[in-house]
Design a protein around this ligand. Structure first.
Ligand SMILES: O=c1ccn([C@@H]2O[C@H](COP(=O)(O)O)[C@@H](O)[C@H]2O)c(=O)[nH]1
Length: 242
């Protein structure tokens, strides 16, 4: 894999509180990552302005708002995400088939080919088997993730957000055209934080991930540009990271 291919796989989680930070990180990392992820913190603070700033700087955007509501509400929210011109957006697979299928039908009928790819969040990477037990899910986590991935695929969704630990199982179940985006990525130099189902960048790519979402391992590093370069080095070197 070339360095450009590896770089394009990195989605930087822009988990920041304001527009000053957006400008700072976009300037610093535009040539170091393939896409910027705008999630709940930044979107709640700044709204569509944050998306427009990245788009105007020539960056691609994954709008990570993880919609989970009644089918009509999620379909209309997804349509607004498409109107913002983002490349990726997402909803929770736990919202069920009707919610996902209604969103996809709405996007296809209103936007045609000019629509973002939609991802279904399976089980959050900060969850483990105990977390699921707390909410009454006793199914083994890998089985539950594959079940949700297959449901999302049947509903016409383009791919999933899942832990790299489940990537190879999802690939096997859903095929090579189904997008797999993995947070829960931790290079050896980074702390685990609140993530529970993690893998290194090289292992995540070897397992078949299309994109890696990486936030704090880059943003909390003393030299974020060097952190990106180290991650790219590791992906290019392959599974052993050597
Ligand atoms: O299952 C999920 C879904 C989304 N996320 C998001 O990814 C980033 C990860 O950031 P790190 O700093 O690399 O932990 C963050 O924005 C989450 O909201 C996830 O972690 N897990």
């Amino acid at each position: 894999m070339t360095r450009d291919d590896a770089r394009n796989k990195i989605i930087f989680a822009l988990d920041v509180p304001g527009m000053a930070e957006v400008t700072k990180w976009a300037g610093l990392l535009s040539n170091k990552v393939g896409m910027f992820k705008i999630g709940k913190q930044l979107f709640t603070a700044c709204g569509p302005e944050a998306v427009r700033a990245i788009r105007q700087a020539g960056g691609e955007v994954f709008l990570d708002l993880k919609y989970h509501d009644i089918p009509n509400t999620v379909a209309m929210a997804t349509l607004e995400a498409a109107r913002l011109g983002v490349q990726l957006c997402n909803l929770h697979a736990l919202g069920g088939y009707e919610m996902m299928a209604t969103s996809m039908e709405t996007l296809r009928s209103k936007c045609g080919e000019q629509r973002p790819k939609v991802l279904a969040v399976t089980i959050l990477t900060s969850s483990n088997q105990e977390t699921l037990a707390e909410i009454g899910i006793e199914t083994p986590i890998r089985e539950q993730v594959v079940r949700l991935a297959k449901l999302a695929q049947r509903a016409g969704v383009d791919g999933v957000v899942a832990s790299p630990q489940e990537t190879s199982l999802i690939r096997e179940a859903c095929g090579s055209d189904f997008l797999i985006v993995t947070p829960g990525v931790r290079p050896a130099f980074a702390s685990v934080d609140d993530q529970k189902r993690i893998m290194t960048p090289a292992d995540a790519v070897s397992a078949g991930a299309d994109y890696l979402v990486i936030g704090r391992p880059i943003s909390a590093h003393a030299d974020p540009v060097q952190a990106c370069d180290l991650i790219v080095d590791e992906i290019v070197a392959g599974k052993a990271g050597l």
